[in-house]
Ligand binder design. Structure first.
Ligand code: GDD
Ligand code: MN
Length: 394
């Protein structure tokens, strides 16, 4: 049997204070997860607007702040002293919208969880209708997921997106539809409400990297969610700036690839492999330039090319693959050295495996298999070892 509020307050003989505390601990019906990174000017305004929009609903807000340098986290905590609806999660040494949303949702005990941007671009007056769509109060049977869409009748991008962003977003939508079979008019929306039970079920499949949490949820659910889309107009940002940059496009590609690969490989691993492939190109370019243009002897050229490629791989991985754990200053130098170390063992693993498979009478096919197996072994080793040695978790 589900415990009720009175079960908790019963037996706390006569203490009103205790009884009130028990009341306060009872979970809200709706948790609104607000990921924040430098939203100091927007957060208080948003909380006020939520208070108005959600009047009559038992709700709470969960701010998930990635240690914003502008002090959004401290401000949120101060606000929580005067606003019992507010809870704050502070994440240190981590960055990323999807991860923040997942953590916020998993911190909820409410029946329904909403995720919305904290920068006032999302229309909070839509929340009660989203809730009605999930609870069945709108007499349409109760959905599992309500998505605020800019692309259904009545919705619009308004002033919220630049021209480049808008066309990029259109392309991403088509890719999602083609490759992931996600039939949503706006899979990139960052504004939705879902039954918490569904989040609990899907959580192990969700990636914490990137921005595309909704797309990830819908793709991971593989058609098992009843979805409704509600129109809204994406507003212009007034304070602060967007944290979405061009790298987000890469994240998105990574998400598509990893979902296609059936969740077997992580986005991080795919990114690491893409960087590795770019390293091969760098290596060959340096090798040919040195030997052909500057007549450098082969061994010296090959050694230089190896170091240039390792360095560019390190730099790219530090910027892309591990940008949530990016090493800076002295830590970056230390990281580079450990990366060299890791890669030199990677070469040993590569050559070792390849020689084990290779036989002199094997012919070209076996050479191919041996070479590829060696390369894969080296790559997997580099990935595994560098994740522990170079970009270990803070
Ligand atoms: N905790 C945390 N960590 N929050 C973050 C991070 C992060 O690394 N990056 C961004 N946020 C928060 C911001 O503070 C804001 O509240 C919200 O996430 C959205 O970030 P913006 O930087 O304002 O994103 P946007 O407006 O460019 O993009 C929005 O629209 C896109 C569709 O065009 C987001 O809703 C995207 O999810 C959406 O795809
Ligand atoms: Mn925004």
């Amino acid at each position: 049997m589900k415990p009720t509020r009175s079960d908790f307050s019963a037996g706390v003989s006569g203490s009103d204070r205790e009884r009130n505390r028990a009341d306060a601990f009872a979970p809200a019906v709706l948790s609104v997860v607000l990921p924040t990174y430098n939203e100091r000017d927007n957060l208080p305004v948003l909380l006020e607007r939520l208070e108005t929009a959600l009047a009559g609903i038992d709700w709470e807000a969960i701010v998930v702040d990635d240690n914003s340098p502008d002090g959004t986290g401290e401000l949120a905590r101060e606000l929580a002293h005067i606003n019992p609806r507010l809870r704050v999660i502070r994440r240190v040494g981590r960055r990323g919208l999807s991860g923040a949303c997942v953590e916020g949702m998993l911190a909820s005990s409410a029946d329904y969880v909403a995720v919305m941007d904290a920068d006032l671009q999302h229309d909070e007056t839509l929340l009660p209708r989203m809730l009605a769509a999930l609870s069945g109060a709108d007499n349409k049977g109760g959905a599992d997921l309500a998505v605020a869409s800019r692309h259904v009748e009545g919705g619009a991008v308004g002033e919220g997106l630049s021209g480049v962003r808008a066309s990029g977003s259109g392309l991403a939508n088509r890719l999602a539809r083609t490759f992931l079979k996600v039939e949503l008019s706006d899979p990139m929306s960052g504004f939705f409400m879902i039954r918490r039970a569904e989040v609990e079920r899907l959580a192990p499949k969700l990636s914490s990297q990137g921005f595309k949490i909704l797309l990830d949820i819908v793709a991971s659910a593989r058609g098992s969610l009843r979805i409704v889309e509600l129109p809204f107009v994406f507003r212009e940002r007034l304070h602060g700036e967007s944290k979405l940059d061009t790298l987000v496009a890469l994240d998105f590609l990574g998400l598509i690839l990893s979902k296609l690969a059936g969740d077997l490989v992580s986005i991080r691993f795919l990114m690491f492999m893409m960087v590795g492939a770019s390293g091969v190109v760098v290596h060959m370019a340096v090798l040919f330039t040195l030997t052909e243009l500057f007549a450098v002897p082969f061994t010296a050229a090959q050694t230089s090319a190896t170091f240039v490629a390792m360095t560019s791989n390190f730099w790219l991985n530090n910027r892309l693959t591990y940008r949530d754990r990016r090493l800076k200053g002295l830590a970056a130098l230390r990281g580079l050295l450990t990366f060299y170390l890791v890669c030199s063992f990677g070469v040993l693993a590569n050559v070792g495996v390849a020689t084990m498979i290779y036989r002199e009478d094997g012919g070209p096919l076996l050479i191919g298999i041996a070479g590829a197996a060696g390369a894969v072994m080296g790559a997997v080793w580099n990935y595994a070892a560098s994740s522990v040695l170079t970009w270990r978790k803070a």
